[in-house]
Ligand binder design. Structure first.
Ligand code: RNT
Ligand code: ZN
Length: 427
């Protein structure tokens, strides 16, 4: 394939684009810098199909499923870190890395999830410091024998207590990450609890979940080290009729517990198949301190296809930058496709978010708002239409060039080499 990394051609096209955007009062140079500065939390679990290091064969039991059998998944911490570092070199801009509790490296010891400690993540923390990649965290309430009949909402007190202890242990680990990196780690709670078929009692599990969360959050931690987030969902695989932790549940919980500064996690794949989250952002930000977004792509029954530069995703980014709310948003990836090269999946998702951010930042917001405030609605719509065909690709290429990552499809070649020389050896 011909290379796209032609500096002169990119600079020439960029010069024309810069002038075109300047006509709309927008600085492409500033936009590139601003887009590169926003951190994106890359999810570790695309690298190994959400398997973890506990010796599991794969993801099991709980509202989500990784399908596919593409060769070369990471089987341990070193492989996962190696793969992630490789992908980071292809994704422009600031990155974080998001772990689940079952990526603990515990050596010969096999602590229960309720016994996990920061020291089980010391290799991750050392890597994080060395690479200057801050970490985020997630307790893992699935792929576990005690998760079969629910977790934090379980009617079995033994199981519920176990998961409450896990929730507390996870917050402590996230706080240790925060202390290690000198900035808060996001600790996001998602539980799969729900019912495949129509429940007779929708209330009792929600009451138990509320009480369990109260216990988990009772432990006061330094807000400079950890931020709590909670992720709602409408339905999942095997929980089609009922999900305990619904949107209304967590929104209500976060608002009722204002002092605890809980962020709401909105996953793009967790709503009705035609429902998008873009319009929710301005509404919930009036009432919760921040929103963690899981950039994902729902496709029919699955909520976790690789994120792409879709209208849906672009609208989410536009909404954020129109409100200048980026400081209150945590951008995170959440998808797992085991049927394609996993490094490519990360790269496609990571590049698509950065691309959508850049496009959103380039929007001639001022002109749109002026037209709106003056009642010139035809002009508002016309500008939105004209803006769509500005030479955006040239600005995106320039961003990649400035960030030192491959331009256009040039990133495919190194992925191909890595597949042959590294991934293919994992048999
Ligand atoms: C599941 C949630 C959750 C998980 C990860 C693995 O529907 O989206 O965020 O995907 O925690
Ligand atoms: Zn999610």
């Amino acid at each position: 394939m011909k290379t796209y990394q032609n500096k002169d051609a990119i600079e020439t096209a960029y010069g024309l684009a810069e002038a075109a955007y300047a006509n709309f009062g927008v600085s492409t140079g500033k936009a590139i810098k601003a887009a590169l500065a926003v951190p994106v939390s890359v999810h570790c679990w695309q690298g190994d199909d959400v398997t973890g290091f506990e010796g599991a064969k794969g993801l099991s039991g709980g509202g989500i499923l990784a399908t596919g059998n593409y060769p070369g998944r990471a089987r341990n911490g070193n492989e996962l870190r190696q793969d992630a570092e490789f992908a980071f070199g292809l994704i422009p801009g600031k990155k974080r890395f998001n772990l689940h509790s079952f990526y603990a490296e515990t050596g010969d010891k096999k602590p229960g999830r309720d016994e996990l400690e920061p020291e089980h993540f010391k290799t991750w923390m050392a890597w994080s410091r060395k690479k200057k990649i801050p970490l985020d965290f997630n307790p893992s309430f699935f792929s576990h024998p005690l998760a079969d009949e629910g977790t934090l909402s379980s009617a079995d007190p033994k199981a519920r207590r176990f998961w409450i202890r896990h929730g507390i242990a996870s917050r402590r680990i996230a706080a240790a990450f925060g202390a290690n990196q000198g900035s808060p780690a996001v600790n996001n709670i998602w539980i799969p609890d729900g019912s495949k078929d129509l429940p007779a009692d929708r209330l009792a599990p929600r009451q138990r979940l509320k009480d369990a969360l109260d216990e988990i959050l009772a432990l006061k931690l330094d807000p400079d080290t950890v931020t709590d987030a909670m992720e709602c969902k409408l339905f999942g695989i095997g929980s089609e009729a009922y999900v305990v932790g619904s949107h209304e549940f967590y929104l209500g919980y976060a608002v009722a517990n204002r002092a605890k500064r809980i962020k709401l996690c909105l996953d793009m794949g967790h709503f009705h198949p035609t429902e998008t989250i873009a319009d929710k952002i301005s509404a919930v930000l009036l009432f919760v301190p921040g929103v963690l977004i899981h950039f994902s792509r729902g496709l029919r029954w699955d909520s976790d296809h690789a994120a792409i530069y879709s209208d849906d995703l672009r609208e989410v980014c536009r909404e954020i930058f129109r409100q200048q709310a980026q400081g209150r948003i945590d951008f995170a990836l959440d998808f797992f496709d085991a049927s394609i090269n996993r490094i490519a999946a990360w790269t496609i998702g990571g590049r698509s978010i950065r691309k959508a951010m850049l496009e959103a930042i380039l929007e001639p917001r001022k002109l749109l708002v002026e037209a709106e405030n003056a009642g010139r609605r035809h002009e508002r719509l016309a500008l939105m239409e004209e803006y769509k065909t500005l030479p955006f690709a040239a600005v995106w290429d320039k961003l990649c060039l400035d960030a030192g990552v491959p331009v256009g499809p040039d990133w495919l070649a190194p992925v191909g080499v890595y597949e042959k020389t590294v991934l293919a050896m994992r048999k």
